[in-house]
Ligand binder design. Sequence first.
Ligand code: AKG
Ligand code: FE2
Length: 267
Amino acid sequence: MIHTPNDLKRASRLIPLEPFGLRIEARESGQPLKICGALLESLLRAEKLVCFRNFQKLTPAELLEFAKSYPRAELLHWESGPVMEMKVDPEARNYLFSREAVPFHFDGAFHKIPSFLVFNCLQSPLGKQGGETLFTHTQLLWDAAAANEQVLWRRLVLTYRTEKLAHYGGTVTLPLVQPHPRAKGVVLRYAEPVTSALNPVQLEIMGVLNPTEFISRMKARLYDKRFCYEHAWQEGDLLLADNHALLHGRNAFSKDSPRHLRRVQIL
Ligand SMILES: O=C(O)CCC(=O)C(=O)O
Ligand SMILES: [Fe+2]
């Protein structure tokens, strides 16, 4: 079991990601991933996103066991259970299970907001076919905003509405700027409106005169390379992301490309 950063360096290669995050690559492909929960917690606190690459493949039961090894972990359960298969389903009534782009959001707004997302890639998209998942560090975005913008943002309250056609739905109202519930600093609790025909999400913003302009300016920031890490999946990747500190979305992918992520969420 790996307990210390030094042991981790011996067992793997540590690759800093841009503009934040850390990739941890097995020195030998297929090597078992044995990292203690406390070390994982301290890595995530510092990095907000950690991706393990080229380690032993995990069964759904092993993925659950891994997620439960996180200190004090409780897993988020949906009607279908704690494990969700994120792949194209032609019958699905929600855009997450399509090839469409996914606008930026945080998970669990309409149910329970988990602290961490754990994605395991079972099948990566083919090269240059899209399907990257995007993660934006909202503290970095906040720090780069002008003081008058920060004052405005602190006043904004956002209401999201969507029909429950898949695992979530309803109406929820949240302030944009909030303290991180587990760490220092602020987080932006923002989800872009979803205009997909498959289960759209309406966004109402209280506190701005021109919501359309606010939404398009925020979009430019969310995709800004100073704050946004784009993850190109490789089969076997195990990626953990702080669902409070980061917002995520994905690029659309082409109809010729497979793509399968398995996801669990830690409360
Ligand atoms: O398909 C993706 O990359 C992300 C989908 C998503 O937002 C999620 O699983 O919560
Ligand atoms: Fe999501």
